[in-house]
Design a protein around this ligand. Structure first.
Ligand SMILES: *[C@@H]1O[C@H](CO)[C@@H](O)[C@H](O)[C@H]1NC(C)=O
Ligand SMILES: *[C@@H]1O[C@H](CO)[C@@H](O)[C@H](O)[C@H]1NC(C)=O
Ligand SMILES: *[C@@H]1O[C@H](CO)[C@@H](O)[C@H](O)[C@H]1NC(C)=O
Ligand SMILES: *[C@@H]1O[C@H](CO)[C@@H](O)[C@H](O)[C@H]1NC(C)=O
Ligand SMILES: *[C@@H]1O[C@H](CO)[C@@H](O)[C@H](O)[C@H]1NC(C)=O
Ligand SMILES: *[C@@H]1O[C@H](CO)[C@@H](O)[C@H](O)[C@H]1NC(C)=O
Ligand SMILES: *[C@@H]1O[C@H](CO)[C@@H](O)[C@H](O)[C@H]1NC(C)=O
Ligand SMILES: *[C@@H]1O[C@H](CO)[C@@H](O)[C@H](O)[C@H]1NC(C)=O
Ligand SMILES: CC(=O)N[C@H]1CO[C@H](CO)[C@@H](O)[C@@H]1O
Length: 472
């Protein structure tokens, strides 16, 4: 089965022996000529686009003499560094499986780099549609899949859940292009702040980016919750900061579930670390539904699900908004004029047939159509509060020249009851007291689409390393 030829090629690259390389070269050089002839016509228009970027690449000739052409391409791309390692990629693609890879490499990676302007629309309203080309990595090509999200390893029988893409109602959402993303991020840094779904999101990013480059672990602690990764070719840093409440929080005592959260105090575990970051992606939700004691000005203002009779009963609603407000304030107060704050909205869980700790599960194998479900109850409330606080903070930040960006992925994720590990986050015979996991997302899986949303939003907001005229 050669379902993921491009990935396979990249992954095995360093293991190839000389003789394998020679054999492959011989086998594929004939394939080469054939493919080239068949597609060179269609490539002609592309050459014009490249010329538009100040490049002049004779792709047609290049494919006849790989060595020379790669040398030339590399030369001419010295300043257009985005394409440098695309060239590498193209070479491996060609060697490792002609048609499929070349088609993919050229159409998806290279084309998108210099794509024609896409129609604009609300990319967050749409439907999931089949995508036979997905997924773009597997548990054998990506080492950054957390065990509990490695659903295929633990025997998930169906695989259709990996084969969908998001189709906005009025336009297209391109599949994530790792080269383009890294080019935009060249010399920059991005922090994911929030709960384990933020971590889930970053792990998906690492797997998707691995087509272009693997990062080096440059974490400043052994704590799995505070990871930092460096992409050396692009001088890009990506980091996660565990902060499920976004503000300072601590356990009330060692036995109970009860957590003290200080709604007006920064969580220095991240606020002290992100001074230099260019992009900060915030998320949070599920943890606010647990037993909590709320503090403001260092005094208890109320508690949720605590049995204390001397304390006012409060629900999460007001605390949730205030926590976001404090987090945004922390970012704006950094005095970092380049920081872009991104809210990745709440990703609903999908427990059915019971609540999470009473046997609830998520056994569906297909997405919902948008008319089959809707955002309601606490999911709707969490989302509404997030948007309110975002807008409020954005208004303030704009006055100080700071940029805010919204990744409103809630609706898309709501439609994916099929994307969770359920009971495939561990071996069935393991003596687990864990509930089924209908909160996190299998990798590969629907959370990979957050990368599509992220890149497209960056592009639409004008974050591009190219002269604007080539993209807009
Ligand atoms: C390809 O170009 C290189 C460098 O110019 C040259 O040494 C080599 O002989 C050429 N190969 C073929 C097959 O023409
Ligand atoms: C490479 O560059 C040289 C000199 O600029 C040129 O003569 C040659 O045709 C180019 N080869 C390819 C494959 O573009
Ligand atoms: C390359 O991919 C094509 C299309 O998926 C497939 O038909 C062909 O058998 C593959 N060739 C090799 C050598 O793997
Ligand atoms: C990957 O998933 C397959 C099932 O698709 C499983 O057999 C294998 O053990 C998994 N490998 C790793 C490294 O997780
Ligand atoms: C890498 O990026 C950082 C900013 O994130 C910058 O300070 C540093 O000079 C860059 N290093 C190189 C080698 O470009
Ligand atoms: C409320 O009662 C609990 C236990 O009875 C006690 O630990 C706590 O300090 C009291 N809190 C206040 C604000 O009086
Ligand atoms: C939802 O819309 C689809 C068409 O997109 C239609 O086929 C289906 O019957 C609708 N389902 C419901 C429950 O309205
Ligand atoms: C599972 O846990 C129960 C209760 O803790 C224990 O009695 C049982 O022996 C365990 N089973 C295995 C296979 O470890
Ligand atoms: C120009 C550039 O960044 N080239 C790199 C492309 O990727 C290969 C291996 O992945 C590196 O060795 C090159 O330095």
């Amino acid at each position: 089965m050669n379902q993921f030829p491009l990935l396979k090629g990249n992954n095995n690259r360093s293991k190839q022996t000389m003789s394998q390389k020679v054999t492959m070269l011989v086998v594929f050089s004939s394939l080469f000529v054939f493919i080239l002839t068949t597609i060179s016509y269609s490539l002609l228009w592309k050459i014009n686009e490249f010329t538009g970027l100040g490049l002049s690449i004779d792709i047609d000739y290049g494919l006849k003499n790989e060595t020379e052409s790669l040398k030339n391409v590399t030369e001419s791309l010295k300043d257009q560094t985005c394409l440098r390692n695309d060239t590498e990629n193209l070479r491996y693609s060609l060697r490792n499986n002609g048609t499929e890879n070349l088609r993919y490499s050229l159409r998806n990676e290279r084309d998108n780099m210099v794509s024609k302007p896409l129609k604009k629309c609300d990319i967050f309203s749409g439907e999931w549609v089949p995508n036979p080309e997905a997924p773009y990595y597997t548990n054998t090509t990506c080492w950054e899949i957390h065990e509990h999200q490695n659903c295929m390893k633990y025997g998930r029988p169906d695989s259709e859940f990996m084969k969908w893409r998001w189709k906005p109602n009025e336009c297209e959402l391109p599949i994530f292009n790792p080269f383009h993303f890294l080019e935009i991020m060249r010399g920059k840094s991005m922090a994911f702040i929030g709960d384990s779904i933020g971590r889930n999101h970053m792990q998906s990013m690492i797997c998707l980016l691995s087509r272009a480059e693997w990062p080096v672990d440059v974490s400043y602690t052994d704590d799995f919750s505070f990871k930092r990764w460096q992409y050396s070719n692009y001088n890009f840093t990506m980091a996660t900061f565990w902060s499920p409440y976004l503000v300072r929080a601590e356990q009330v005592d060692s036995k109970g579930d009860l957590i003290n959260i200080y709604l007006d105090e920064f969580d220095e575990k991240w606020t002290a670390q992100i001074k230099e970051f260019d992009y900060v992606i915030i998320n949070g939700g599920q943890w606010f539904l647990r037993p909590i004691v709320f503090y403001e000005k260092q005094k208890i203002v109320g508690c949720q699900y605590c049995s204390w009779e001397n304390v006012t009963h409060l629900t999460w609603h007001s605390g949730y908004g205030k926590a976001f407000r404090t987090a945004y304030k922390a970012i704006v107060n950094l005095g970092n004029s380049k920081v872009v704050t991104i809210l990745r909205t709440y990703a609903p869980s999908h427990f059915e047939n019971g609540v999470w700790d009473k046997g609830g599960n998520c056994i569906r194998t297909k997405p919902f159509k948008s008319n089959e479900t809707r955002l309601e109850g606490y999911n709707l409330e969490l989302h509404t509060i997030q948007l309110e606080e975002f807008k409020r903070a954005e208004k303030k930040a704009m006055k100080r020249g700071l940029k805010f960006m919204l990744l409103d992925t809630t609706q898309a994720m709501l439609l994916r009851p099929d994307g969770h590990p359920n009971n495939y986050g561990h071996w069935p015979q393991e003596n687990m007291t864990l509930a089924n996991d209908c909160v996190h997302w299998c990798l590969p899986g629907p959370i990979d689409t957050m990368a599509d949303f992220l890149l497209e939003t960056l592009k639409r907001e004008g974050f591009t390393s190219f002269p604007k005229k080539d993209f807009i």
